[in-house]
Design a protein around this ligand. Structure first.
Ligand code: KG4
Ligand code: ZN
Length: 340
């Protein structure tokens, strides 16, 4: 039998990374290309939305060409286009959405808008050892901290979320307080390896009461006050912050696993690249006989491969939303998605 594969092009442009991925129904991920704007925004200390949109416009087409070339494909080989429809920065989302919808229209193939966090959530399915449904997902990025009950693709129930700062945001803000620049998460994690565990003890917010919601803004304040008193102990403060943040996440994951009775945990989003978090969750998994899955490192932070994958599943299920009005969803609740 020689059926043609279904080939999905994925476009990610929700924030400060332009990511392209090409996914085949027969052989999986064929290629992916990425441009990170991190250095462009660094001098402003955070993402400047207008600059982000303009840069996506410049990068997207060359990155699509590169990804096609790497896969040895031409535009005409594509059978579907997936793009991040939300949540994210409106201008940035408009770039990817317009390109995706125009390409789909020109090629006369289906387009599908993907929820950015569903992309993160499914990224571990790009790995060789795939998580089995149902599972609890811990999504930890710069904009979101979510605990999700996942019964199948698209069947998402939010069990808990951050009431204030997302955990990635707390890493970034704490890093800024310590003068580590932007984006601070990886820099803070690096400095934390040099600190002494136990020199300072930060609180584990909201773990002393029932429930699965988070609050991380207090940790940043704790870091600021400790730094004011001990300006020479940056590394110890970074360690105290990281230990408190990761242990808080672990305590809530443990609770969510106990509550659902599930025996698989999926951890995804930018902060899932954090080594200490992986160590703490792996130790918990071993104790509870729970399988813990992470995306490969390159697919923890924003990328086009996860959007191609999520779009692939939805297109294969017959869903599409070709739309010449280019509707984006800068705010979009994960629970509104259709199960497939
Ligand atoms: O998923 P992502 O690339 O973008 C969003 O959808 O927000 O996540 C970016 C976040 C940033 O806050 C960044 O500081 C954090 O992930 N991050 C890390 C690490 N790598 C990225 N935080 C802690 N440790 C890391 N190794
Ligand atoms: Zn993201």
């Amino acid at each position: 039998m020689n059926t043609k594969p279904f080939i999905t092009l994925g476009i990610e442009s929700s924030c400060d990374e332009t990511g392209i991925g090409i996914y085949s129904s027969q052989t999986g991920l064929l290629s992916h290309t990425l441009f990170s704007q991190v250095e462009i925004h660094a001098e402003y200390g955070g993402v400047v939305p207008e600059i982000a949109s303009r840069d996506h416009i410049q990068r997207a087409i060359p990155l699509i060409k590169d990804a096609l070339q790497e896969s040895d494909l031409s535009l005409q080989d594509l059978t579907g286009i997936a793009y991040t429809q939300g949540p994210g920065l409106a201008g940035a989302l408009l770039v990817g959405s317009s390109i995706a919808q125009s390409l789909a229209w020109g090629l006369n193939i289906p387009a599908i808008g993907v929820h950015h966090m569903e992309g993160h959530l499914l990224a571990p399915l790009l790995a060789e050892s795939k998580p089995e449904f149902p599972f609890v997902a811990l999504l930890v990025s710069g904009g979101h901290t979510l605990l999700v009950e996942v019964r199948s693709i698209g069947d998402y129930k939010i069990l808990g979320e951050s009431l204030d700062d997302a955990v990635g945001e707390a890493f970034d803000k704490t890093a800024k307080i310590l003068g580590l620049g932007y984006p601070g998460g990886p820099a803070l994690a690096k400095l934390a390896t040099e600190g002494e565990v136990g020199r300072f003890t930060f609180p584990r917010p909201m773990t002393d009461r029932p429930g699965l919601d988070f609050s991380f803004s207090g940790l940043k304040t704790f870091a600021r006050n400790t730094f004011a008193k001990h300006p020479d102990e940056k590394a110890n403060i970074a360690t105290a912050f990281e230990v408190a943040a990761t242990e808080t996440l672990m305590i809530k994951c443990r609770r969510a696993l106990e509550q659902t009775g599930f025996s698989t945990l999926v951890v995804a989003g930018g902060v899932s690249a954090n080594t200490t978090l992986r160590q703490v969750l792996d130790a918990m998994g071993e104790k509870m006989t729970v399988d813990v899955h992470y995306p490969e490192h390159e697919f923890c932070t924003d990328n086009g491969a996860m959007i191609a994958l999520a779009g692939h599943y939805r297109l294969m299920a017959g869903q599409s939303n070709n739309d010449l009005e280019v509707a984006i969803k800068p705010r979009w609740n994960l629970e509104e998605l259709q199960a497939i």
